[in-house]
Write a protein that binds this ligand. Structure first.
Ligand SMILES: NC(=O)c1ccc[n+]([C@@H]2O[C@H](COP(=O)([O-])OP(=O)(O)OC[C@H]3O[C@@H](n4cnc5c(N)ncnc54)[C@H](O)[C@@H]3O)[C@@H](O)[C@H]2O)c1
Length: 426
């Protein structure tokens, strides 16, 4: 059993329950985890981390600290519930170490969709940076488990709320992420996806207007549709099928952008728009049909790797820490036009499947396990699936000084290790 497995104990990380029931040894595991976090902060970067020196997440937060948050996701650190009573093992609850900010620099920040894949990494970063964070989520695709390590922290609040309904909160900034992002989920209820795209954004913008908060929309490369321009610049207007199965998401995001700029023109709302290209990393839902999680899980389970189409379509994949760097840099900048955030390394889907298979092979070998026996198989292409995708990130470089620091391969290595750890937990 690896050290990571020992830390995590027997809690099922896939369970929705934010607080797993206590099991013997769990309390010590968590104390051990806190001690190792503190140690990591005292010792500075490990050798591995020094090799990763160019890939430090923003805000001066070390990669080891970031890793420790998603390596466990087994429940809030130090806080346990026994039947209906709260038990604090060894004293008050202990949390990942957050910075102490001067009150003038400390912001109240709302993250809609905070319990999702990207949202939870963003919440982690903002919390570690020392801000007050409110996450709202209806848990359609997100999970409380993703943020359980912050429950009870005085700087953190989690609200179950559907953004299709209005909400009133006092905040300085709003990161609006709430929206299902995988085709399986957004196509399962396309009308709801459109309502989330329009009413969700409308409500968040209305809130930004009332409380004079800066507003950042997480839009998508899908606004470019099946692009006729390659790579895609922010000035490209797109090529979207407005009646196809992906339209609920693509058009939902397009109308969300139109709403944001209408509020900016009409009411002076201070808006930022990030057009996000395919992003992957720990805490991705492992069964929502996205390419990276699909391929990794298939290879880890020795299932065949399924490619829709002949595998010649291209994609660019960015690691989630790069995206979070970009979102925070954009929010803090004065730049108001849309900005592409993505990694311009371009792979065919077939190359990507081969790379993942190799990385899983290497990882299993390191763990002393048999090599995967998966083969690549082809299924009919999905309707309206774009053929080519690659961001032009010149604008992000010029206006934010942002460029991806993680190669797709490095990010995949981390993600393979994460999924492998989770699968071993059952
Ligand atoms: N991950 C990517 O590759 C990618 C690419 C482009 C854009 N984006 C955008 O980034 C954002 C986050 O994506 P993600 O990959 O983390 O997806 P995700 O599905 O993991 O997260 C979305 C979160 O929003 C919540 N949510 C959905 N509808 C809601 C509603 N009506 N009210 C409240 N909460 C709701 C979900 O429960 C989930 O926690 C989305 O807006 C998505 O469109 C992501």
């Amino acid at each position: 059993m690896s050290a990571a497995q020992q830390i995590i104990g027997s809690a099922n990380p896939l369970s929705e329950s934010p607080i797993p029931s206590p099991t013997s040894g769990e309390r010590n595991d968590h104390l051990w985890e806190i001690a190792s976090l503190r140690q990591a902060l005292r010792d500075g970067p490990s050798t591995e981390q020094q090799n990763d020196a160019t890939k430090r997440p923003a805000g001066g937060i070390s990669l080891d600290v970031m890793r420790s948050l998603y390596a466990s996701n087994s429940g809030p650190i130090g806080l346990r519930r026994s039947n209906s009573s709260v038990v604090y093992p060894g004293g008050p609850p202990e949390f990942p170490p957050v910075k102490k900010l001067n009150p003038l620099n400390k912001k109240r920040i709302l993250v809609s969709g905070g319990a999702g894949f990207v949202g939870s990494h963003l919440v982690d970063r903002l919390m570690l940076m020392g801000h007050d964070v409110i996450a709202i989520d209806n848990y359609f695709t997100g999970s409380k488990t993703n943020l359980a390590h912050w429950f009870g922290h005085p700087n953190f609040e989690m609200i179950r709320h559907d953004v299709v309904d209005p909400i009133m909160l006092e905040v300085d900034q709003i990161y609006h992420l709430a929206c299902p992002a995988s085709p399986v989920h957004y196509q399962s209820n396309p009308v709801k996806t459109l309502k989330t795209g329009f009413f969700g954004t409308y409500n968040m913008l209305g809130l930004a207007k009332r409380v004079k908060a800066r507003f950042l929309l997480t839009s998508t490369s899908e606004v470019y549709g099946d692009p006729e321009e390659h790579p895609q610049k922010e000035t490209y207007w797109g090529h979207v099928n407005c009646i196809g199965p992906r339209a609920c998401y693509d058009e939902g995001k397009r109308v969300a952008e139109a709403l944001a700029y209408s509020y900016a023109r009409q009411d002076g709302v201070d808006v930022r728009v990030a057009r996000i290209f395919n992003t992957f990393g720990p805490r991705m839902n492992w069964n929502d049909g996205r390419v990276v999680s699909n391929f990794i899980v298939q290879a880890l389970k020795n299932d065949d790797i399924t490619i829709y189409g002949d595998g010649s379509a291209t994609r660019s994949f960015q690691y989630v820490h790069d995206l979070v760097d970009g979102l925070i840099a954009l929010m803090e900048s004065d730049y108001k036009e849309p900005v592409n955030l993505g990694n311009p390394e371009e792979y065919t889907i077939k190359q990507f499947a081969d790379t993942i298979l190799q990385l899983v092979r290497d990882h299993k070998e390191r763990c002393g396990e048999a090599a995967p026996t998966s083969k690549v198989v082809h299924l009919p292409a999905a309707e309206d699936d774009p053929q080519r995708r690659k961001p032009d990130t010149t604008r992000a470089k010029e206006v934010l000084g942002w460029a991806p620091q993680w190669s797709a391969t490095d990010g995949l290595r981390e993600t393979v290790a994460y999924f492998h750890g989770r699968m071993q937990q059952g």
